[in-house]
Ligand binder design. Structure first.
Ligand code: HEM
Length: 515
């Protein structure tokens, strides 16, 4: 009897020791491997582990949440972390959330960490293996192929198109002076026209077509966000049975049919112009984005599906991000009359006729650029971006198990008071050249950083400047939406639950009234 008791005690002790050992390596109830520190120091010294609501880690913390609840959940986790980057444990894996500029460096500079994480799997049916989502050789090859399509010389050719659209925008505003304007009903149309006519080289003369595309993108986004907030919907069969599967498929068809029609139209034009692959001086022509892809197709370097994926990626990336940026910049200008006036004054140093302005003139609008950057700092169109560890990797002194999801929260990083004192205040002067000298290189990352940074950032800044110049010359912006009433939410880009509104009034009338 004694022997049996003794043996049972030994067995229990062994099981207990084994479990303790396992517990230090694995989060048993989450079926996930734990993050360890490289130097064996306590994990809490390097990173904050967000306590879960149940014994299963954070697996049940964000089931069936709305996009705004999810946004709030992440901000709450950040506020609890005391400025440290933080870990969330889910079933089968861990998520490393980066909220410090100092922690960004090793991730974006790593040649191993270029694969996007599970969030992007939800976008894959829409954008396929386009530049945003693809990885390894496909990504390397396409990035190299498309980089020249964003060369300065190519951007220069886009200037007239941007100016034309900015004038169209001003005409629309002219008809709606002194009434409340909902910016999302106005801005996106012109930004979609811009990307279609520049990068893709096709004019959107059919207005209904563009409107339908924008509606379909919105519907696709709604479904993606619904899945994003409920991990069960990541599972295809569950999504098929209980999610908005039909809505997803119908709208994908509309969006893909739209981009296919654009490719077909351009293919016709391209065949006719193709005979001339050098310019008048005998130099190899630099093509805009879709021409580059069609030329590569001729050389057997990309297939039709590849072109579709890239066109979808560029149309989406090139229109929703810039619409969001312009919307928030206009809002901030309306709310800060002094900043608006300084921008207007800066314009007085340039020709009064927009058609005379060159790319160099737009580059020299230093203060306006500060305003755009400060708006992007506070309201980054892409509030976070992700990577996955395709193998175990050491980052910032942490051993991240294979499969770790990494999210870099630009939204939090760019509101870090160590790099931006009084971070909630709108202070464009922070970006004047002498004020940026000693700033951490990854404190301001609205376009991401490293090799997977935004290929279209120069395009975006030029485009937004051209639109702003035309608006500010003609109108004074007056506030309607107050910042304290804005409720942020996650979408494919940063969204607000309520509409962003402002009013415009004629600048000439205003001036004659004050004289
Ligand atoms: C204010 C406007 C914009 C912002 C804030 C922005 C931001 C970003 C960010 C943060 C990324 C990295 C995303 C990630 O890693 O998940 C990115 C990537 C990308 N952006 Fe932009 N973007 C803007 C405008 C544009 C425009 C105008 C275009 C095209 C004309 C464009 C095309 C792309 C593409 C193709 C990628 C993927 C690049 C790669 O992985 O190689 N973006 N952008």
């Amino acid at each position: 009897m004694l022997t049996i008791l003794f043996l049972s005690a030994i067995l229990l002790l062994s099981v207990w020791i084994l479990l303790e050992k396992l517990k230090s390596r694995y989060f048993i109830l989450s079926l996930a491997k734990r993050v360890q520190t490289e130097d064996g120091s306590p994990l809490e010294e390097k990173v904050f582990v967000v306590p879960g609501k149940t014994r299963f880690g954070n697996s049940f913390d964000i089931l069936q949440v709305t996009p705004s609840m999810l946004f709030k959940f992440m901000r709450n986790a950040h506020s609890k972390s005391n400025g440290k980057s933080y870990l969330l444990y889910y079933f089968f894996g861990v998520m490393y959330n980066v909220v410090r500029a100092e922690d960004v460096d090793e991730i974006v500079q790593s040649t191993k960490l270029i694969t996007k994480n599970v969030v992007y799997d939800l976008i894959r049916p829409f954008l396929g293996e386009g530049l945003l989502i693809s990885t390894d050789q496909t990504w390397h090859f396409r990035r190299k192929l498309l980089t020249p399509a964003f060369h300065f010389n190519v951007l220069q050719n886009f200037l007239d198109i941007f100016k034309e659209e900015s004038q169209k925008l001003s005409k629309v505003l002219q008809k709606q002076m002194n009434v409340e304007l909902e910016l999302k009903q106005i801005i996106p149309k012109f930004m979609l026209n811009n990307i279609c006519e520049t990068a893709l080289g096709v004019q959107l003369d059919d207005v209904v077509e563009g409107a339908q595309y924008r509606k379909s993108i919105h519907a696709i986004e709604e479904v993606i966000v619904e899945r994003f907030g409920n991990p069960l919907l990541y599972l295809e069969p569950y999504f098929y049975l209980f999610g908005s599967y039909r809505k997803h498929v119908t709208n994908l068809q509309i969006a893909h049919a739209f981009s296919s029609r654009i490719i077909e139209r351009k293919r016709e034009q391209f065949k006719q112009q193709q005979s001339k692959s050098v310019d008048d001086y005998g130099r190899k022509k630099r093509y805009a984005m879709l021409d580059t892809l069609l030329a590569a197709e001729d050389d057997g370097l990309i297939d039709h599906q590849g072109i579709c994926d890239e066109v979808n990626t560029f149309m989406f990336e090139g229109y929703d991000t810039t619409s969001t940026c312009l919307t928030f910049t206009l809002l901030m200008l309306a709310l800060h009359e002094d900043v608006q006036e300084r921008c207007f004054e800066e314009l007085q140093h340039f020709s009064n006729d927009d058609s005379d302005l060159t790319v160099f003139d737009y580059n020299n609008l230093t203060y306006m650029e500060c305003v755009i950057k400060e708006s992007l700092r506070l309201f980054p169109s892409v509030p976070f971006f992700g990577r996955i560890c395709t193998e175990e990797c050491v980052v910032n002194g942490l051993i991240l198990p294979k499969g770790t999801q990494i999210n870099i929260h630009a939204f939090d990083i760019m509101r870090d008071p160590r790099h931006f004192p009084n971070p909630s205040e709108f202070q464009p002067d922070r970006f004047l050249p002498h004020n940026t000298l000693n700033r951490h290189p990854f404190a301001f990352i609205p376009f991401s950083a490293g090799q997977r940074n935004c290929i279209g950032q120069k395009f975006a800044i030029l485009e937004i400047k051209v639109m702003l110049v035309s608006v500010l010359r003609n109108f004074k912006l007056l506030p309607v939406t107050r910042l304290e009433d804005v409720i942020f939410e996650y979408g494919l880009v940063l969204r607000t639950q309520n509409s962003v509104k402002l009013m415009v009034t004629s600048r000439q009338q205003q001036q004659s009234r004050t004289l």
